[in-house]
Design a protein around this ligand. Sequence first.
Ligand code: HEC
Length: 237
Amino acid sequence: MKKFLILCAFAWVATLPACDDGPVYEDAAAASPDGITLRLTGNLQGIESWSEEYSVVAAGFGESDYAVISRKITPDSDGEVSLVLTGIGSEVKRLELCVINRLRKRIVSFTSVDCSVASERVDMEVGTLDVSMFRAIQQNIFDAYCIQCHGGSAMAGAGLHLTEGRSYEALVNMPSTKSSDGALLVQPFDVANSFLHTTLNTDISLTQNWRMDHVNMVQFPDLLALLDDWIAAGAGK
Ligand code: HEC
C-alpha cells in the first residue's frame, strides 16, 4: 500500500490587523471568523473511474456522515491536484479526501484529518494516491470483510482470492465455481447476472448449503450499492 503524508500545519495567528482600533489578539484555539481554509495537494489517480452517482471531494464533516461543506476534486491531465476550500465553519471537526454520494453522504474515505483544534489553515499533502472506484472496493469491502477467508491466510474459499493485486483478475469475467448455471463472478455492466452480487445480496449461500453463510456479510447498504454501481459502470480497474 502506498504511504501518504498528511501534513497538518496549524497557523497559529498571534496578531491580526484590525480595521480601526489597533491590533487584536486572537485566541489561537478559536476558529477565525471566516472559518478555516483547507489546502489539499497531491497526485490523484483513478478519479474518472467513479460513476456519476459519486463525487470525489475534499469535504468537512461534523458529527454525521453527511458533508457540511465539500468541493469536487478535478485533477489536471497528469493527476495533479491543488485545491483550496475556504469558509470551513467551526461545526466541522474532520477534513477528508473522500467520496460522497448525491445526498452528500460519505461512502468511503481515503484520508482524514482532525481539524477541531485548527485555527486558520490546514494543509493536506496526500502524495500520490490511487482513488479509483476499484481501490475503494478493495479497501473498504474485500480487505475489511472477505480476505480472512479469501486469500489473506492459508485459506481461499472456493479458490477465490480477494486480496489486493489478485482480486480484480479473480473476479472480472471469471466463471463462478458455486453457480449452477455458469454465471460469471463479475459480468461487466450486468449486475443481476454477476454471481458476486448474487452471493452478497441473496440467500443463495444458505439455500445451497455453502460451507459459509454469506448472508449479511456486508451489513452496509452503501457498500453493497458501491459494488453494484461498479459492476453497472463496467467494472473498470
Ligand atoms: C468466514 C469465511 C468467509 C468470509 C469472511 C467470506 N467468504 Fe466467501 N466463501 C467462503 C467459502 C468457504 C466459500 C466456498 C463455499 C462452499 O464451497 O461451500 C466462499 C465462496 C464465495 C463465493 C463463490 C465463489 C464462486 O466461485 O462461486 C463468492 C463470490 C464469495 N465467497 C465472495 C465473498 C465476498 C465478496 C466476501 C466478503 C464480503 C466473502 N466471500 C467473505 C468463505 C468466506
